[in-house]
Design a protein around this ligand. Structure first.
Ligand code: CO8
Length: 374
């Protein structure tokens, strides 16, 4: 048996940002157009008037100030209201591969490794741009990695579940080093025409390199323990999929073909589930809250993270103990906790303990307890 460690991490950040102000202008213009188009039905009481979105609401309800996206022109066009991505030929790398390769190269560079050192790629993300061949295998080919790759999807917990799968394989010796990569194009699956959720998501890709601790060439994080849990819920759901055309209204512009959630219920049910999950994981690993130097939480909602941080630490978290990145990136599904980790971990000292924790659709919760080695 070997001890697995995270030896490198990388973040690919798209070039385009959309501020809350830009987003709200586009949404409100769309609402005006819809209300004008449906004026008679609204007048007859057959249809509800679309209400305006507001910057104040978005920041207060979520803590999100802007998001990065792969395309902003379509999203901000009130006649389109979704990203416009060019059609690629089958001979070109897909968009997820392009994002993933950048994040993987950064993780490899940080670890002082190259493609030859890696023998597994797990592409763990909320959505995959096609059914097959696996995006992971395309990433593997683009990087020139031998060995094997596969895709997995556990929505917001894809990254932590992927890290557990990779860490277990490194531990058993079936692979020597694995890349877990999370290209999240949430903008493709978000309903930008629904004011309850249009502000929630952004695009990004993250990657972590997991290898045997004795192979680490620089500062790294020993993976002390991982824990995954799931519990079925319909409160976050997307019904899109390959059976779409088989349904009578298969090609219709249906609301449930994009992200849907009951945000209030999610908040109420997931916060206690996550707090208990982390408490149990820590106690089974003989770690007390006072031992924990950092919490890298899933980035969905600032109040949610404040609440979980207080529960786990038993006090108000100090600034920097529980870093948030959602003000800049919004919710990037499985990549959120990994961005927080990649951008807020270099300062930790020898022996410091931290925990990555994701939570979201499924429901799913994944935690990874780490110890810093400098
Ligand atoms: N502007 C102005 N007012 C608004 C807006 C808006 N944009 N949106 C809603 N309102 C109104 C509502 O209509 C409501 O009005 P009323 O009281 O008259 O009915 C009022 O404001 C309050 O609305 P809410 O109760 O919905 O507001 P909340 O305070 O609950 O905040 C949140 C909404 C931010 C959604 C919050 O509930 C939340 O963050 N919940 C947790 C959600 C969460 O963690 N989800 C995880 C999902 S992500 C995941 O698992 C990955 C899935 C895969 C991703 C795929 C890519 C898309």
């Amino acid at each position: 048996m070997y001890t697995p460690a995270i030896t490198g991490s990388g973040v690919f950040t798209p070039e385009n940002t959309i501020t809350n102000a830009e987003l709200v202008v586009a949404f409100n213009a769309y609402a005006d157009r819809q209300n004008a188009r449906n004026a008679e039905a609204i007048e007859r009481g057959e249809m509800a008037r679309m209400e305006y979105s507001s910057e104040e609401f978005i920041v207060k309800a979520s803590g999100i100030e802007q998001r990065y996206v792969m395309d902003k022109t379509g999203i901000l066009n009130p006649e389109i209201m979704h990203p416009l991505l060019r059609q690629r030929s089958d001979e070109e790398p897909g968009i997820m591969t392009e994002m993933a390769v950048d994040a993987c190269r950064k993780a490899l560079a940080q670890a002082g490794r190259d493609a030859d050192d890696v023998d597994l790629v797990i592409c763990a993300a909320s959505n995959h741009e096609r059914a097959y061949p696996a995006v992971a295998i395309e990433i593997q080919e683009a990087l020139g990695i031998k060995g094997f790759g596969f895709d997995m999807n556990v929505a917001c917990s894809s990254a932590t579940f992927g890290i557990q799968a990779a860490a277990d394989m490194v531990r058993s010796g079936s692979v020597r080093a694995a890349l877990v990569v999370n290209p999240e194009i949430c903008s493709g699956h978000l309903e930008w025409r629904d004011r309850d959720c249009h502000f929630i998501f952004g695009d990004v890709a993250t990657a972590t390199l997991i290898e045997r601790i004795e192979d680490a060439k620089g500062p790294h994080f020993e993976i002390l323990s991982t824990r995954c849990a799931t519990q079925f819920s319909n409160n976050i759901r997307n019904n899109n999929g390959f059976l779409r055309r088989t349904r009578p209204d298969g090609l219709a512009d249906r609301r449930d073909m994009q992200f849907m959630q009951n945000g209030r219920k999610v908040f109420k049910e997931v916060v206690p589930m996550v707090s208990q999950h982390i408490a149990d994981h820590m106690s089974d690993t003989d770690i007390e809250s006072g031992d924990l130097k950092r919490l890298w939480l899933h980035q969905a909602n600032k109040s949610m993270n404040d609440f979980i941080g207080r529960k786990v630490l038993g006090r108000e978290p100090e600034p920097g103990e529980q870093p948030n990145i959602l003000q800049d990136y919004a919710n990037t599904s499985s990549a959120g906790s990994i961005i927080a980790f990649a951008q807020n971990s270099e300062d930790l000292e020898q022996g410091d303990l931290g925990i990555i924790c994701s939570f979201g659709a499924g429901y799913s919760v994944g935690s990874v307890i780490l110890r810093r080695h400098n």
